[in-house]
Unconditional design. Structure first.
Length: 635
């Protein structure tokens, strides 16, 4: 999952040990400046050993004190702060170690007593970056190798409770391993050898400004716009991974140009794509206002299949600078990182970003128009066959993100997972084509985002919004009953896909026996087969079923996720053997015989399926080719 990427929200204050609804006086108190500047010294000398050493100085007054470790991380939408990776926490005052106690209801909260005569606490600890198989989602996962490190500053800071993150000033300093280079949206105050002192910033801006560093580093300027230059900053485990071709460079430069043309404003002084090319730090993107933490496979730039599969990640995260960071849903904004977020508008935050991330991948030339259609075909088919819609609406996939984010692939079609991403794409395609139809192609969704996100050029102050604000702007662009239009799709449960943007764009979903270039790329990169539209399951490179289509042929035969395929029609299992069996059974009466292993138990399963291989494609229908218009670069 790529983040993803982000509101005017009700303010909930976390004061002391409990999170409570803030009264006006409490809210006003939290909005006061914190008295004094925190200093944060991050020593990455041992980053190759996956150890980040932290020293903080926190100005304080005598008496009770509550410290927070960031819990709710912007862009992740869930309580995912990696507190389990904090080690060796020692707090001292005037050279004497102080006792502290963890809150019994919230593991991210510490309580202690500041002794008389103390004006600052010294906090020391280590953040232990997980191994590549450990940790969790996004910033809670692996973040260091012997050659590079990715730093999300929420990993390495404790902060005092009772204040807005925007009102706590921090002076950060980072010590790098010898000869390593770095990039961050933070502004450098001075540098002496491996020690880099950054200009003081708010805690909010610090957490919003990750840093990448590594032995192998390359920087490319993508946009020379004086109002906001754009850079691609790359680190890798191997210098061979940093080979950006002339064509790829031109495409990324076009991305910078096309995105600014779309929104008509910038909400950054400069923007940095912080691209980590490694097979050991996960694959995802996480948005920030002036940068993005983008982690992709080591061969992203050197393997055409990987490039096609993951090209949309950087466009997606760039869109988040406008949609999610500058304009934020009311219920997702919180005063600090220990107040719960509410995710009801993630279908805007992520869904609209997903839509335009894919559009800009096409407009920049990273995808051809045909490849863009192939991506939409995959999305349309996946959501058409999503059996979980019978009981779970798209709105609930957003509301329940604390559950859906950890859903995994088992029974994905039945449980749905984070479908506010892919179905969100189809929702906003539906909105776009609706605007185009009603206006006789004089206006489009581009006009909406320019009016909604393209305000106050240069401002980085977040503007929050509600559902009603969204509807009001849509009505200014093109009058319609947008509230009803959206609710009919968001709240729908049933057997049908409620979005019809593909059809209104002049195309329809069809199936062919041969895979598209995208499907070939996905199979090659993931070493897996998606046979949901034929025999009714997905299988990974080890032969394990990762999902079974609820009610499909395999389901009816008794197959479930987790079962391992051992043999197909009496032959050892392989992807090719399975494909051959499906093709051979087309139009014939005999079932496909699968020898399967479920835990230590073996059995033979007969799957009655005879319609051959079915790969989704878009087929030209009637009307204008609005998909072609949408994918065309802006002039």
């Amino acid at each position: 999952m790529f983040a993803r990427a982000l509101l005017s929200w009700s303010v909930v204050a976390a004061l002391g040990a409990a999170s409570v609804q803030a009264a006006p006086a409490e809210t006003e108190a939290m909005d006061q400046p914190y008295p004094g500047t925190l200093t944060l010294k991050l020593d990455l000398t041992d980053a190759p050993k996956k150890i980040f050493r932290v020293t903080e100085s926190i100005p304080v007054r005598p008496g009770p004190l509550t410290l927070y470790y960031p819990k709710w991380i912007p862009g992740e939408h869930i309580p995912s702060g990696p507190v389990n990776n904090v080690s060796g926490l020692i707090i001292t005052a005037n050279g004497k170690q102080l006792p502290w106690r963890r809150d019994l209801r919230d593991m991210y909260t510490l309580h202690l007593e500041v002794p008389e005569g103390t004006d600052a606490l010294q906090v020391q600890f280590q953040f232990l970056s997980p191994g590549e198989q450990g940790g969790g989602l996004y910033g809670a996962g692996a973040s260091a190798t012997p050659k590079l490190a990715d730093v999300e500053f929420n990993q390495v800071v404790f902060y005092p409770a009772g204040f807005y993150a925007s009102r706590i000033e921090v002076q950060p300093t980072v010590t790098l391993p010898k000869d390593w280079k770095f990039a961050s949206a933070l502004e450098v105050q001075n540098q002496a050898g491996a020690e880099v002192a950054f200009k003081p910033v708010s805690l909010e801006k610090l957490v919003d400004s990750p840093l990448v560093t590594g032995e192998y580093f390359k920087r490319v300027q993508l946009g020379a716009d004086s109002k906001g230059p754009v850079y691609l900053d790359m680190v890798a485990d191997d210098p061979a991974s940093l080979k950006l071709s002339d064509k790829q460079e031109a495409q990324h430069k076009a991305l910078a140009t096309q995105t600014v043309k779309l929104f008509g404003a910038r909400h950054y002084a400069h923007y940095d794509f912080l691209l980590t090319l490694s097979d050991h730090n996960g694959s995802f993107g996480l948005e920030h206002t002036q940068s993005s933490d983008d982690r992709l496979p080591a061969n992203f730039l050197t393997d055409d299949n990987v490039y096609q599969w993951a090209a949309f990640v950087l466009p997606h995260e760039f869109v988040h600078s406008w949609n999610g960071k500058f304009r934020r849903p009311h219920d997702l904004w919180t005063p600090n990182y220990n107040v719960p977020m509410q995710s009801d508008l993630l279908w805007v935050y992520e869904g609209l970003t997903n839509y335009y991330g894919e559009v800009l991948t096409a407009r920049s030339g990273m995808w051809t128009p045909e490849q863009y259609r192939e991506w939409i075909a995959e999305t349309q088919a996946g959501m058409t066959y999503r059996t979980g819609r019978q009981w779970r609406s798209m709105q609930d996939t957003a509301d329940a993100v604390q559950l859906t984010a950890f859903q995994g692939s088992n029974w994905l079609n039945r449980q749905r997972g984070t479908d506010y991403y892919p179905e969100g794409t189809l929702l906003w395609l539906d909105v776009d084509t609706r605007i185009r139809e009603l206006s006789h192609d004089k206006r489009s969704l581009d006009d909406f985002v320019r009016a909604f996100h393209g305000i106050e050029d240069g401002s980085q102050v977040p503007h929050t919004y509600t559902f009603d604000d969204l509807v009001a702007t849509l009505n200014k662009v093109q009058p319609d009953d947008w509230a009803a239009f959206l609710h009919e799709r968001l709240d729908y449960t049933g057997d049908q896909l409620p979005e019809h943007g593909v059809e209104h764009a002049g195309w329809k979903l069809g199936f062919e026996e041969q895979p598209s270039s995208l499907q070939k790329a996905i199979e090659a990169v993931r070493h897996s087969l998606n046979l949901a539209y034929s025999i009714g399951f997905s299988v990974n490179g080890e032969g394990k079923l990762t999902d079974v289509q609820w009610g499909g042929p395999a389901f009816k035969a008794g197959l479930v996720p987790g079962v391992k395929l051992v043999a197909v029609n009496g032959r050892d299992y392989s992807a090719d053997a399975l494909k051959d069996a499906i093709k051979a059974a087309k139009g014939k009466g005999g079932p496909i015989q699968l020898l399967v292993k479920n835990n230590e138990f073996y059995s033979t399963v007969s799957v009655d399926y005879h319609d051959g291989m079915r790969y989704p494609h878009l087929v030209r229908a009637t009307g204008q080719d609005r998909l072609g218009q949408i994918a065309a670069p802006l002039k």
